[in-house]
Each structure stands twice: as structure tokens, then as C-alpha cells.
Design a protein around this ligand. Structure first.
Ligand code: ADP
Ligand code: MG
Length: 247
């Protein structure tokens, strides 16, 4: 589904990704762990197409297409979803408006009819309920004044509505208490654990992986994948730290 080969990328002339190679097949969950500043969020941004990140070498194929050739909205339409480490607040745009526009843009891309306001609200309420989110929050401006945990939950509601093929979730577990962690973990499994879908879970901690079992755990250090293993690698990292394991 996703094939990243020898990816090099820089920001403002500083090289951050230094030859990153990773293959993700449909049906798989990959965890990416690594020290602060290793380039984990940069990888998500480069795949999402955030301006300011320049790819200087390497390739990324998503399905059959050259991902790097697509504009950000075309990547989303192709089924890529990026869950942000720090979800953005959008004052003046209600959560329902935002989600409905997002979904209908994707439906248009698939030659499906747009959902009406009523149809969409029903879907959004059902998704919010599955994530234990108060339906009132759908009416509020996107993420404005939401707690860290509420923002992450809201990202899962977005994901449930959009139903992406590949979700890249950047520290979705940060700022969550134990109950919210379980709800979000269950959400990832329910929405994304399908033979046609895949997940890249960027995380600092082993604990999310108790809820969402990864097929592979990778260490990202200094801009490349330095080790790959199974779930036990996450335990090893937690016990010994990145310094000992990553090198
Ligand atoms: P991680 O998510 O693994 O903690 P990031 O991808 O956020 O790491 O950051 C990787 C590196 O890129 C860090 O050293 C960070 O300081 C650097 N970086 C991020 N943004 C910029 C920028 N605009 N200019 C220069 N360096 C940057
Ligand atoms: Mg980060």
C-alpha cells in the first residue's frame, strides 16, 4: 500500500529525513518509536504534503501512484489521513461544517453524491457516540478550547467519518488519561483494523500498543529507520531507552 524508499527531506535547508525506507502493506499496523527530534512528525508532514518540507531524494508510492506528485488534498482524496500531534484550532468553522465539507469533497472525488445536512448529522452523531464524545462538541469551532484529550478524540471522530485507507497517527496517545486511551485505542481498531486498510502509529510509549497491537515496531533515529522488530521491541525500548536500542 505504501512504499517509502530512501527518502531524504529537509526544512529550511536542514536535512531531517536521511534515507528512510519503509513498506506498509494493507492489513498491517506499524508503530514508529524514537527519540524527540528524530524526524517522526516530519515523516508525517512529508507524507501529508505540508508546505516547507522539501524532498531531495527518494520516492513514495501509495497504491499505484507517486504520492509526492499529488497536492495535499489529492493525497487525502486518495485515502491518506494524518492525525496531528498538535491538532489545529480553527476559530469560526464549526466541527460539523468542517467534517461535512471534508467528507463531501472525498465523496465527490469518488463520484458519490454529497450527504445532506441531515444525513451527515446522523452519521457524525453516531461516530461521536462511538468515541464517547458529547454531540454538543460537534457544533463548536474545530478544536477551539478543546482539552488535549478532546482534540485527540475529535481526530478519531474525523477518521471514523472519513474512513481513510491509510492513517498516520502522530502521538495520538499524548495527553490522554487511561480511559481516553482505551477509547481511542478501541476507535483505531474499530475504524482501521481491516484487510484493506493500514495504520502508522507514531508513539513515544509502549502503552498505546497494549490496545492497538502492532505487526511491526520500528525505531526512527536520526532521520532513518534503524531497527525493526515485533511488539517485543517496544517493551525493550521502554525498559532500556532509545540510546541503547536504536544504535
Ligand atoms: P519528532 O517528531 O521525532 O520529535 P520532528 O520531526 O518534529 O521530530 O523534528 C525533527 C527535527 O527537525 C528536530 O530537530 C527539529 O528541531 C527540526 N525542525 C523542525 N522544524 C524545523 C524548522 N522549521 N527548521 C529547522 N529545523 C526544524
Ligand atoms: Mg513529533
Amino acid at each position: 500500500m505504501l512504499k517509502i524508499e530512501n527518502l531524504h527531506a529537509e526544512i529550511d535547508g536542514t536535512e531531517i529525513l536521511k534515507g528512510l525506507t519503509l513498506t506498509v502493506n494493507a492489513g498491517e499496523v506499524h508503530a514508529i518509536m524514537g527519540p524527540n527530534g528524530a524526524g517522526k512528525s516530519t515523516l508525517g508532514y512529508v507524507l501529508g504534503g505540508r508546505p516547507g518540507y522539501e524532498v531531495t531524494a527518494g520516492s513514495v508510492t501509495f497504491g499505484e501512484v507517486d504520492l509526492l506528485d499529488l497536492a495535499p488534498h489529492e493525497r487525502a482524496a486518495a485515502g491518506l489521513f494524518l492525525g496531528f500531534q498538535y491538532p489545529v484550532e480553527i476559530p469560526g468553522v464549526s466541527n460539523v461544517q468542517f467534517l461535512r465539507e471534508s467528507l463531501n469533497a472525498q465523496r465527490a472525488n469518488r463520484d458519490e453524491k454529497p450527504l445532506s445536512g441531515g444525513e451527515f448529522l446522523k452519521l457524525a452523531r453516531a461516530e461521536a457516540a462511538k468515541l464517547d464524545m458529547d454531540a454538543e462538541m460537534l457544533k463548536r469551532p474545530v478544536n477551539v478550547g478543546f482539552s488535549g484529550g478532546e482534540k485527540k478524540r475529535n481526530e478519531m471522530v474525523q477518521m471514523g467519518i472519513i474512513q481513510p485507507r491509510l492513517a498516520i497517527l502522530d502521538e495520538t496517545d499524548s495527553g490522554l488519561d487511561i480511559d481516553a486511551l482505551r477509547i481511542v485505542g478501541d476507535g483505531i481498531n474499530r475504524i482501521m483494523r481491516e484487510p484493506t486498510k493500514a495504520v502508522i502509529l507514531i508513539t513515544h510509549y509502549q502503552r498505546l500498543l497494549d490496545y492497538v497491537e502492532p505487526d511491526f515496531v520500528h525505531v526512527l533515529a536520526d532521520g532513518r529507520i534503524t531497527r525493526t522488530g515485533g511488539k517485543e521491541l517496544a517493551h525493550e525500548l521502554e525498559a532500556q531507552g532509545y540510546g541503547a536500542v536504536a544504535a
